[in-house]
Design a protein around this ligand. Sequence first.
Ligand code: DOR
Length: 419
Amino acid sequence: MPTLLIKNARYLGEPADLLVVDGAVRALSSSIEAPADAHIVDAAGNILFPSFIDVHTHLREPGYEWKETVATGLAAAAHGGFGAILCMANTDPVNDDAAVTEQILEAARRSWPHGPRVHPIGAATVGLKGEELARMAELKDAGCVAISNDGRPVGNTELFRRAMEYAADLGLIVIDHCEDPYLAAKSHMNEGVTSGVLGIKGQPDVAETIQAARSILLADYLGVPVHIAHVSAKRTVDVIAWGKSRGVKVTAETTPHYLTLDDTAVNNYNTLAKVNPPLRTPADVAALREAVKSGVIDMLATDHAPHAAHEKETPFDEAPNGFTGMDLALTVTYGLVREGVLTEADLIRLWATEPGRVFKLPVNSFEPGAPADFFLFDPDLEWQVSPETLHSKSHNTPWLGQTLKGRVAAHWLGGVKIA
Ligand code: DOR
């Protein structure tokens, strides 16, 4: 493998050259003399980041390949700066069986042999039906790194308790999509002024918070960990902070959209802004910004949920929930750096270090010997969000058509250029 020298980048605001030998970091410093045989990349104007980890994606294969395949999802990951992703179990068939896990891993090996790396998440219950536990040990042996009923939250608290205990015995974290099935039934957006004006049935924020409180109380009682998925509401932040203050092993993620958009994005019945949990209020956005800064929310994730254009071009209450996310994640969250809400160091903590710590995945520290998993980000590049510029097969994002600033310019994993 040829020696690689990245010249003239910036890392955490400082000038940075990066030397990569045999797929590993050799040195990172303000100026490195090029070895005779080195391939040199001039990264002037670009920011250096360690590859990110997205702990919450939907790849849609098997079963929904018209929305996304493992190959196209990994293209979005590679070009979004993600070196590793976790994918949810709501495929068809559901990933409640080792054969499905292996199929996903094989599709990844075939399409992207050098990564991004895929880590499947096994279903908590058979068929995600919430009736009986999935065979978690078998799922773990096949390669699943966590357990979740995401998309079809478990309403039965006794069954959820058993899922948490069984997963903890296996060293797997349960990722909980928190939604009280009765409070959330038949809702299509946040319950509030906008839902009232539009005449759409809303979901109260407590639908999320009540279920998060349930999981945190169970984690406290059982002494096991739980990870709260895609937190959307201030009330939920408050119960997570309470759990952490008691020493409960609770971790949590939120997404770029809950940090930047509120429920007025749904005005004009815009199905591209329909997601579950729904976009909430400006007060929720403000609370989530504070929570990612303070660490009450441990990490970011995309909840990458691709859906085809024809599926979103329907009456509002018939449209599926979700946004394609991996192509846009860093562009949107770098906007928060520009606004002064987060720093580049925060982005590394929220997109790499914390996901790696909680889900036990390697992260490039840029120390000598670390895996050379990194990307260059051009903060000034302006690009229009369109089917042509997105690598995901689906284009269902509220930012569709907009011109945004900042994009991943190039990405290496283990010293191999993947994007
Ligand atoms: O918006 C969402 N889309 N929320 C979910 O929980 C599931 C996801 C999907 O699979 O489309």
